[in-house]
Design a protein around this ligand. Structure first.
Ligand SMILES: Cc1ncc(COP(=O)(O)O)c(C=O)c1O
Length: 384
């Protein structure tokens, strides 16, 4: 027998993601699942029919490596209409296997051993392992205060000659906060006269509430010239399981990203690309999303009124962070597990996104659920 136990791990700190841990525990205990970020309602039947039609029409073989032209054209049109910038659909747009693959390709394409990459904590959990796999060093900057602001002076202090990239995420998972125009101006100012790249994770770009505006990196010339912007069809069209997304970047950057896309997946699901190309012809499909999820947020917060969970209303994404310090002093991971096993409700403990697992007694709830599920969840949470 060969002993593989001593094989050196490329990600020694890597462990099963909290999303799998909580979802598995939720399944085992038949708990209501507000943990992982996906809706429990169906994607539009019309979109599903478009996928079926594409399959029947014979779009079942490899599509072009960058993605099919009609879809790239639709994306270029959408971005031009929303953010007033023209990406070249031949050279600056890439269809990917969800935003996750776009993030991975962007990081591995540019981060060399020893390079530093600034990320803001709490942060989505794929950035750090991607950076480490590329041999880079994640440089962590903690978001400040109850409104999770970026301290731009601290960012300035953390920039060194080794800084290759800064990663931003707006609307922000897990906190549900948004970067404001003045944040983007600060960032633009900081990066002026540097060759630092910007990776902008905008997968929740259409999930914005209370008349706020999404501040895409694409809208700011000093950022767009150095930005790789990542988007997710799964988040926008209620089909996270399809794992479809895209990224856009100036040609000189995209040229490098393409090499990693080619080497990892080469191309992504053809019939789904056909379907999205057709579906995107109607902008209402994404422009109505903010209003739809705002109702869900308001419903959840209204249902939670009078409970001991407290939270500032989420401004974007489909997550609501809530403080439970009035209930218990327990570590959030333990409390989240107990919520599943004893009460039948799954959430995500926010410490898993924080620097050194810092516990602020906060849980993240996903409100992309039917009203019935939210009602049942709130009923349970009121018992605490
Ligand atoms: C901030 C953030 N970025 C990227 C992703 C991944 O998106 P996709 O499912 O399109 O790969 C997620 C999914 O939860 C996310 O929350």
């Amino acid at each position: 027998m060969i002993n593989f136990n001593n094989l050196p791990s490329k990600l020694p700190a890597g462990k099963t993601s909290i999303f799998s841990v909580m979802s598995n525990l939720a399944r085992e205990h038949k708990a209501i699942d507000l943990s992982q970020g996906f809706p429990n309602f169906e994607t539009d039947v019309h979109l599903k029919e478009l996928v079926c039609k594409a399959m029947k029409d014979g779009y079942n073989q490899y599509p072009p490596m960058r993605g099919i032209l009609p879809l790239r054209i639709r994306i270029a049109e959408k971005i031009a209409a929303l953010y007033d910038i023209c990406y070249n659909f031949d050279t600056e747009i890439l269809i990917t296997n969800g935003a996750t693959q776009a993030l991975y390709c962007a990081i591995t394409a540019f981060v060399h051993p020893g390079d530093e990459v600034i990320i803001f904590k709490p942060a989505y959990d794929s950035y750090e392992p991607d950076i480490q796999l590329a041999g880079g060093k994640p440089v962590l900057v903690e978001l400040k205060g109850k409104d999770f602001r970026i301290d731009w002076e601290e960012v300035e202090q953390k920039i060194t000659s080794k800084t290759r990239m800064i990663v931003i995420n707006t609307p922000h998972n897990p906190t549900g906060t948004l970067l404001q125009r003045h944040d983007m101006w600060q960032l633009e100012k900081l990066l002026r006269c540097t060759d630092i790249l910007l990776l902008s994770d905008e997968v929740y770009e259409h999930l914005i509430f209370d008349e706020a505006q999404h501040q895409s990196a694409s809208k700011f010339p000093g950022l767009a010239e150095r930005a790789i912007v990542c988007a997710s069809f799964g988040k926008t069209f209620h089909n996270t399981g399809w794992k479809m997304g895209y990224c856009v970047a100036p040609e000189v950057l995209m040229k490098e990203i393409i090499k990693f896309h080619q080497a990892t997946v080469f191309c992504v699901n053809h019939p789904m690309q056909r379907a999205f190309a057709e579906y995107l012809k109607n902008p209402e499909h994404y422009l109505e999303l903010g209003g739809f999820y705002q109702q869900k947020r308001d419903k959840f917060l209204e249902l939670m009124q009078g409970s001991k969970f407290k939270g500032t209303p989420s401004k974007g994404t489909y997550f609501q962070v809530m403080d439970y310090s009035e209930i218990t002093e327990e570590y959030d991971v333990g409390f989240a597990k107990r919520l599943i096993t004893e009460y039948g409700l799954a959430s995500i403990p926010v410490s898993v996104f924080n620097i050194d697992g810092k516990d602020n007694k906060q849980l993240r709830f996903c409100f992309a659920k039917t009203d019935e599920t939210l009602e049942k969840a709130a009923e349970i949470l009121h018992k605490l």
